[in-house]
Design a protein around this ligand. Structure first.
Ligand code: SRM
Ligand code: SF4
Length: 572
């Protein structure tokens, strides 16, 4: 087989490459840093390594100025992210998360856009205890962040239990097989005894190597017709092909990603492209080989251009496919046809296969907390105490109480009623289709509010929708506090990216099923301008839309947003 000529970009390695190189497989001086009593923070180098262990050092930005004035160090605290393939958790694990969030965290849990739990506000002194208790619940935080394969996403599919079980199993296999092999996590957090370094040290990371990947790497599995995991946004996406109720394999899509930087044309969101089809038992091999291509050819000089999407663009899709097939020693089959309807969640009770029932609940911004008039956290805790099935966190930051037996259904329904927990149906279609990243006060990169502000903005947009008879119309709306795209803003029919406090770039025109990116419509505008724009666009949509036409398609047909030449792909 002919070898494709590929190369890595020139340039000196970035500082993070040095930190990884010197870290002795992700250990660095973390053990000492975590015990150092004078600061509640850790050094920058160790914070880089901390990510590979599923955590970030943050500070409470609401308190930053005040503490600066008082000449105090920032209010340091840690965010901790769990690795939980496909978002599947057991009731006992829910109770552990709930307890830890209240005991060591800020009393809330965040259900993330990649189907897992995040806790915020953990103090340095409590980190080890928290990680140990997570471990005892049979979960961990390994590789939840860092330059490695991240939490593997998987359609939580409450409809086809057999297919779900099978596809979920593959997401778990991917998650486990692609884990880093270093024992650093076990030594640092779980008190595993250190094994003396040996000549085999070079074999510690057979796939990643001592420098790991140039950047984070993300995998997701979609089961059509649902594209809830936004398969086109993944570095590597698998699209399940189900024939006669049986899983026959996966279409393989590569090179997606959402992140960009304001004003930097070298960075952009991009949709992945389908390159072929493989059998179920081949997907781990395909993932491993793609990861090694990114390991070998990804940009290690400029982290802003290091994601796999840029490697694919630089090397060329055909060349990457040829290199993949060379490394595999076999060829992908021709892609099979598929169709996606939407990238959102369907709410309420549905019956799965046999006797099982599943309840999908809307969780605004993915935040599990108790408000005076909405005791969500308490209600879910009470449900977890009696639930005998499992949970599935969705990629839209919502929650499925899954595999409820007919006997338990009445009891859980009663608790849902008692605590006023909602399947979302009392909210507008827009709110039910909303997503916001964490942003302020914990995210160090936030330029504007997102999770705390989107609900307020939606209240106001709801008034316009009500006035135009569109209350139940599902329109996807996504807001991020910066252009990194953690709520996959570029795939919302209405998207906002934070620019500065109270100011956003507004995007329109993404497809309802996540197959087309949005395009910038207005730059750097505040709430008044946002509402002014929507006061024109929403009535137009109500009056001029064609039967069944989604908002994202309408704005293109109506010429609000220019169509692209290939009809699929926008970016700034
Ligand atoms: Fe993200 C960085 C939160 C999903 C793209 N993301 C961050 C950090 C860790 C900020 C930082 O680096 O200091 C945020 C922590 C905030 C906090 O206080 O918790 C953060 N990202 C999140 C979460 C929690 C958002 C949410 O509200 O749910 C999501 C956690 C996912 C998980 O469980 O693993 C989250 N982040 C995403 C997604 C969506 C996805 O993966 O489907 C994206 C876009 C897809 C992609 O990667 O292309 C995303 N996050 C980023 C980026 C931009 C990467 C890039 O390509 O340039 C950054 C910044 C970075 O890596 O330098 C980032
Ligand atoms: Fe933070 Fe930006 Fe991600 Fe929002 S999109 S969580 S502001 S990094």
């Amino acid at each position: 087989m002919a070898t494709t000529k590929l190369s890595r970009p020139d340039g000196p390695p970035s500082d993070v490459e040095r930190i990884k190189h010197e870290s002795n497989y992700l250990r660095g001086t973390l053990a000492e840093s975590m015990l150092e009593p004078l600061s509640s923070g850790i050094s920058d180098d160790d914070n880089r390594l901390m990510k590979f262990h599923g955590s970030y050092l943050q500070d409470d930005r609401d308190l930053r100025n005040e503490r600066q004035k008082q000449k105090l160090e920032p209010a340091y605290q840690f965010m901790l992210r769990v690795r939980m393939a496909g978002g599947v958790a057991q009731p006992e694990q829910w109770l552990v998360m709930d307890e830890l969030a209240n005991k060591y965290g800020n009393g809330t849990l965040k259900l993330t856009t990649r189907q897992t739990f995040q806790m915020h506000g953990i103090l340095k002194w409590n980190m080890k205890k928290t990680i140990q208790e997570i471990h005892q619940s049979m979960l961990d935080t390994i590789a939840a962040c860092g330059d490695v394969n991240r939490n593997v996403m998987c359609n939580p599919n409450p409809y086809q239990s057999d297919v779900h079980a099978e596809v979920y199993e593959w997401s778990r296999r991917l998650s486990d097989d692609l884990l880093p092999r270093t024992r650093a996590y076990h030594e640092l957090w779980l008190d595993e005894e250190k094994v003396a370094s040996s000549p085999e040290q070079d074999e510690v990371e057979p796939m990643y190597g001592p420098l790991y990947l140039p950047r984070k790497f993300k995998i997701g599995i979609a089961v059509p017709p649902s594209n809830d995991i936004d398969v086109y946004s993944q570095d590597l996406g698998y699209i399940a092909v189900v024939e006669d109720g049986k899983l026959v394999g996966f279409n393989v899509a590569i090179g997606g990603g959402m992140g960009m930087a304001h004003g930097d044309k070298e960075t952009y969101p991009q949709l992945s492209k389908v390159i072929g089809f493989c059998k179920p038992e081949q997907i781990v091999d395909v993932a491993e080989k793609i990861i090694t291509i990114q390991r070998d050819y990804g940009n290690r000089s400029h982290r802003k251009n290091a994601r796999f999407k840029y490697t694919v663009d630089r090397l060329g899709l055909k060349n990457v496919k040829a290199e993949l097939e060379r490394r595999l020693g076999w060829k992908l089959q021709k892609a099979k046809s598929f169709h996606f309807n939407d990238n959102g969640d369907r709410y309420g009770w549905v019956q799965g296969v046999g006797d099982s029932w599943h309840y999908t609940m809307f969780v605004q911004g993915g935040r599990i907390t108790d408000d005076a008039d909405y005791p969500l956290m308490t209600g879910l805790r009470e449900i977890a105490k009696v639930h005998t099935g499992d949970y599935r966190l969705t990629a839209n930051q919502n929650l499925i109480i899954a595999n409820v037996t007919p006997e338990k259904k009445a009891e859980i329904s009663e608790l849902i009623e008692r605590y006023g927990l909602t399947d979302g149906k009392r909210f507008s279609g827009l709110r039910r289709s909303s997503m916001a990243c964490v942003s302020l006060p914990t995210c160090g990169l936030a330029m504007a509010e997102a999770e705390r502000y989107l609900p307020v903005l939606v209240d106001k947009i709801d008034d316009i929708l009500d006035a135009n008879g569109l209350r139940d119309e599902e329109i996807t709306i996504r807001m991020t506090g910066c252009p990194n795209g953690c709520a996959r803003h570029a795939l919302g029919e209405i998207g906002f990216i934070g620019k500065a406090p109270g100011k956003y770039n507004m995007y329109l025109g993404a497809a309802f099923n996540g197959s087309r990116l949005s395009k910038m419509y207005r730059e750097n505008i505040g709430e008044d301008e946002i509402l002014r724009e929507l006061q024109v666009l929403i009535p137009r949509y109500a009056q001029e839309r064609e039967n069944g036409e989604h908002f994202g398609d309408f704005v293109i047909r109506a010429g609000v947003i220019a169509a692209t030449t290939d009809g699929t792909n926008f970016h700034e």
